[in-house]
Write a protein of this length. Structure first.
Length: 316
């Protein structure tokens, strides 16, 4: 099979028939063998009924329905697990991503030798204040932190080799950083393509300003995981030992000062009146806690089990 097209969605019943027909047109024109996997992430409208109708008309249409809303990352994880195509395309269901981009994305992966191609919405039809400007700042921070030089990490339109999606773990809200996850997994051939961004035709956006705050927190998380995810003791243990040594040196300074003053018959202040006492106490406690955090992290890492992150109520 040439292509698996994965489309996560939430309350997009109006756009699904048009998107499906557009995809079928592109697939037919290019003579691709394909499957379209819709992942209904807990929609409360008639999205699942629409998907069922499309599946009854077109055997290439498949569906996964979550019992409730789990988030885009979980939807992509479920789609990646089911995808069988040589090349995987992900796109949003709101008609802002154009299926006409798929053939060129497919060629960039198959003949261009790329592991992953990310779309770049160079010209956007979003609010400048609430989406464009925060998005530029977010993408700049992501480039500087991850070392992956993409202009638009959050673009939903991407193409992957099958082997890439089968070897990355998308969890939490990490769908924004799939290129970074792929790079960390050893897939370094990452490209970018300018894609058409269209104004939303139906419904309203499901994302608010909170996604940029969450995106920043996720960026910090992925930075930490990429460097210390397999060895938390190297981070917490090193900081813990450093803090403990600072505290120990402060305590030693207090003790030596006290002895010198006693030897010289000078009146020495109470230990608790010396500010270095509190510095020593605080840093030694913090150092011990950080060391224990690293130790516990190592234990959890070696004993963790893969937990089910979402529940599926129906499949097609």
């Amino acid at each position: 099979m040439n292509l698996s097209i994965i489309i996560p969605l939430l309350n997009e019943a109006e756009s699904l028939p048009e998107l499906h027909n557009w995809i079928v047109k592109v697939m037919t024109q290019n003579n691709y063998s394909y499957e379209v996997i819709f992942i209904d992430d807990g929609s409360t409208d008639s999205s699942w009924a629409v998907i069922q109708g499309l599946a009854s008309q077109n055997p290439a249409v498949k569906g996964i329905r979550f019992m409730r809303n789990y988030g885009k990352s979980q939807a992509l994880h479920a789609g990646f697990a089911r995808a069988e195509g040589d090349v995987i395309i992900t796109m949003d269901a709101d008609l802002q991503d154009s299926p006409d981009e798929i053939p060129e994305l497919y060629e960039m992966v198959t003949t261009g030798g790329l592991d992953l191609v990310s779309g770049w919405k160079k010209k956007r039809y979003d609010s400048v204040v609430f989406k464009n400007t925060p998005s530029k700042l977010f993408n700049w921070a992501a480039r500087k932190t991850s070392g992956v030089t993409l202009h638009d990490f959050n673009c939903g339109l991407k193409a992957y080799k099958n082997i890439v999606v089968k070897n990355i773990e998308v969890s939490g809200e990490m769908h924004r950083y799939i290129p970074v996850l792929a790079k960390n997994a050893g897939f370094s051939k990452i490209g970018e393509k300018v894609v058409i961004h269209q104004a939303r035709k139906y419904g309203t956006s499901k994302f608010g300003m909170s996604r940029f705050i969450n995106g920043l927190l996720d960026l910090i998380t992925i930075w930490f995981l990429s460097r210390f995810g397999k060895r938390p003791m190297h981070f917490f243990g090193a900081l813990g030992v450093l803090m403990f040594l600072i505290g120990f040196a402060s305590a030693a300074y207090i003790g030596i000062s006290k002895l010198f003053k006693l030897y010289s018959h000078e009146k020495a202040m109470l230990v608790t009146d010396n500010p270095w006492f509190y510095i020593a106490l605080a840093t030694m406690i913090i150092g011990t806690q950080m060391f224990l955090a690293g130790f516990l992290g190592e234990i959890i890492l070696r004993t963790k089990n893969n937990e089910e992150r979402y529940k599926i109520s129906e499949t097609l």
